[in-house]
Write a protein that binds this ligand. Structure first.
Ligand code: MG
Length: 388
């Protein structure tokens, strides 16, 4: 008898991760069923997804969208807001929750999945940055599992299969360098949102694309990797690798390095998270190393991309510092995308807000959310001073 289908809930189903996730599910064919869908502002796309995948429950942004979706998908139960998101994440039918949300909004549903002892596959890195300790504690307590969906942590996870974690000495994350690699500060002054969103090797949503262009995304991955793989941030290195062929490396006690290489397509990490330890075919051309020709590695430009070191600083200081940095950055990127502040101001704002935030040693969900609110307030004041 065939195994019962794996039942999935997809949070952030109309975003870039959602798009790839459904490509993977179509590729895998039978064996997977979508029981819950969560979507944001793209209501028409959410309705189309619901018609195709026939989920039992749908979560939307607000009451207005709820009515619209309920009328279009009468057979499904439609819920809304943060509470609805947690309800969706804890559907008793679900075997696996894919968290493709963007930003801090993904924290509560992640904790809710883990409290039930279930598995959450995380593409949403902000919750791990702001509250990695709490998330892992919750996983341990509830018996749940966190699987990394993002390409770099997913690559590390693959490199560590069958290895003794105690001999892991260092993690090396690769960074494409983003669209402004090699730019001087002067050249970066007038960068527009359109330019920042146009990433050279990965196709992603606007928030993560801007974070990639400032190297904040890489810094967040440093903090994320430290939590996920039980190392200190000082044990996570970043190298610029323009080809984006090597996604991450691990170094063991004997100095041996294992690298994960592959196409720059999110289908690979997402499908691995769904099928591991099995591997299935992916409808992509294989990587042709002769065509790649050369792999280059270089030190990141820490002076012109100060967001990277802000992440190391926040990660080292611990406590609520990473939450403060994450919140400041969400506000900064938002203000940049609406053209309230310039590109270089993103790092300036983050640095100023971080300097004005205190750390609280004992990290609880309350203290993290308090600091999140505090940093957002400081960030908005900073923007108001600039534009006022
Ligand atoms: Mg990544």
């Amino acid at each position: 008898m065939a195994d019962a289908p794996k039942k999935l809930v997809v949070l952030g189903c109309t975003g870039s991760i959602g798009d790839t996730c459904f490509k993977v599910l179509e590729n895998l064919g039978d064996g997977y069923e979508v029981v819950g869908l969560g979507g944001g502002a793209k209501v028409a796309k959410l309705i189309a997804r619901a018609h195709h995948w026939q989920p039992q429950k749908i979560c939307v942004l607000d009451a207005e969208a709820r009515k619209q979706v309920q009328d279009a998908v009468p057979h499904a139960e439609v819920v809304c807001g943060q509470e609805g998101l947690c309800e969706l994440a804890t559907m008793p039918e679900a075997d696996l929750v894919i968290n493709g949300l963007v930003g801090a909004v993904g924290l509560a549903p992640t904790l809710a999945v883990l409290a039930q002892g279930k598995t959450v596959a995380m593409a949403n890195k902000e919750p791990l940055v702001m509250a990695g300790g709490l998330i892992l504690q919750q996983a341990q307590r509830g018996g749940g599992t966190v699987l990394p969906l993002d390409s770099e942590p997913n690559a590390i996870w693959q490199c560590l299969q069958g290895e003794n974690r105690n001999s892991l000495q260092r993690i090396i994350l690769t960074a494409s360098g983003g669209p402004f690699f090699g730019h001087s500060r002067e050249q970066m002054r007038d960068i527009t949102p359109e330019q920042a969103i146009d990433h050279p090797t990965w196709k992603m949503g606007p928030k993560i694309s801007v974070d990639s262009s400032t190297l904040m995304n890489k810094g967040f991955e440093v903090i994320e990797a430290a939590w996920l793989f039980g190392v200190r941030v000082e044990q996570v290195d970043v190298v610029v690798h323009r080809q984006s062929v090597v996604h991450a490396l691990v170094e063991f006690a004997d100095g041996s390095l294992l690298a994960h290489m592959g196409k720059t397509d999110m289908m690979l990490p997402i499908q691995y998270a769904l099928t591991h330890p099995e591997r299935r075919e992916v409808p992509l051309d294989n990587l042709d190393l002769k065509q790649v020709g050369q792999l280059s590695f270089a030190a990141p430009d820490r002076a012109n991309f100060p967001c990277l070191d802000l992440c190391y600083e926040a990660g080292r200081r611990g406590g609520t510092f990473p939450a403060a940095l994450n919140a400041a950055n969400e506000e900064a990127v938002g203000a940049f995308l609406t053209r309230e502040i310039g590109f270089l101001a993103i790092a300036d704002l983050n640095s100023d807000v971080l300097a004005r935030c205190g750390t609280q040693e004992a990290v609880s969900l309350e203290s993290i959310l308090d600091e999140d609110r505090n940093a957002r307030r400081l960030a908005r004041e900073w923007v108001a001073e600039q534009t006022g």
